[in-house]
Design a binder for this molecule. Structure first.
Ligand code: FES
Length: 357
């Protein structure tokens, strides 16, 4: 079960017109539990209009800073992001779960690696944590950041990025790409597309000399860059990515429709969590085990509910389910019968899932 702690907001800073950064005051007795690795995220929880709303936000600080800070960009119609940008105040308490996530590679003080990173908008938050940590800890490593935004004013953490450029002069390079403002160098105008990526991998990125690549942004951008880099010769294992939100591509829609067709109504579900069993019957209104279980009164871990974060992971020990989408589990995990409960549609009359994995 995800453990949440009530934590005070120490500082709120308006980073851009629609993004606020939130620094948390983690009390000393919890600091050990809140120790984190660069690139990890926190899940924030708040009851808003009677609904238990949870969202995961990447930490933008480095573990070396002993500071817990996230940035929250207001999304049109986004319940949590609107609350954070418009109502949250310094001194307020908010529930936080301990850091989680696997968007990182190990730091090695002796190594001299060349890293590249692609970020769009608020995708900069985990990157900042990753970049600072590697550059501070690995004196011989370098980083190139390709950062996409709408306008100069919408660039989150521009000042901090510029000061990192000075601090790590010669080891850290940044290339800003803008979609809504034209600049003199046409190459820096517009989104990442095949043409741009061709230029990047021919002139700015030496693939043979690149060790790891980090990508954070929307699904389409991530997969475009990933596929391009693999084609250019970078090992897929060295490409690490974190999605902002789940996709709603045509391919997903088709797959989801196929999965929902296999749904069995009235499945008897048994949940094993914390060594205890919880039984319920899936109601017609719900298509996935997590929602069905929460409606029946279970207390289970979840965050994105979009197949991205894996907080809701469990193991199918009896029966069968099909996942609508899965951006979080790798093939070897799926082979071990692990599923994302927020995406797990029961396809047999009885299903038993174990959250103690
Ligand atoms: S809650 Fe994030 S993948 Fe299910």
């Amino acid at each position: 079960m995800a453990e949440f702690h009530s934590i005070k907001v120490a500082e709120l800073t308006k980073e851009t017109k629609d993004t606020v950064s939130v620094t948390f005051d983690i009390p000393e007795h919890l600091q050990q539990s809140f120790e984190f690795i660069q690139g990890q995220y926190l899940t924030l929880r708040k009851m808003i209009n009677g609904e238990d709303i949870r969202r995961s936000y990447s930490l933008c600080t480095s573990p070396l800073e002993n500071k817990w800070k996230v940035a929250i960009k207001k999304i049109p119609g986004g319940t949590f992001s609107t609350y954070a940008n418009e109502e949250l105040k310094e001194g307020d308490e908010i529930e936080l779960s301990e850091p989680a996530g696997s968007f990182y590679v190990d730091v090695d003080k002796e190594t001299s690696k060349n890293y590249i990173a692609f970020a769009a908008g608020s995708g900069i938050t985990p990157m900042l944590s990753i970049i600072k940590t590697h550059l501070l800890s690995e004196p011989n490593s370098t980083f190139k950041l390709f950062y996409l935004n709408r306008t100069v004013k919408s660039i989150i953490f521009k000042e901090e990025i510029e000061s990192l450029k000075n601090q790590f002069f010669g080891r850290f390079q940044v290339f800003y790409f803008l979609t809504k403002e034209q600049r003199d160098i046409p190459f820096l105008n517009g989104r990442f597309d095949t043409e741009k990526l061709n230029v990047l991998t021919k002139t700015f990125i030496d693939i043979e000399d690149t060790n790891d690549c980090f990508i954070c942004g929307p699904q389409e951008m991530i997969f475009l860059i990933r596929d391009h880099l693999v084609e250019a010769g970078l090992d897929a294992e060295n490409i690490h990515y974190e999605l902002f939100f789940s996709g709603d591509s045509k391919k997903d829609e088709k797959h989801i429709a196929e999965v929902l067709e296999q749904k069995v109504d009235g499945t008897e579900v048994t949940i094993i969590d914390g060594g205890k069993e919880f039984h319920f019957v899936m109601e017609e209104d719900f298509d996935n085990i997590l929602d069905g279980a929460l409606a029946a009164g279970a207390d289970l871990p979840f965050a994105c509910k979009g197949g991205v974060c894996s907080t809701c992971k469990c193991k199918v020990v009896e029966g069968n389910v099909e996942m609508k989408i899965n951006y979080a589990l790798v093939e070897s995990e799926v082979k071990q019968n692990l599923v994302l409960s927020c995406q797990a549609v029961p396809t047999t009359e009885k299903v038993v899932v174990d959250f103690d994995v």
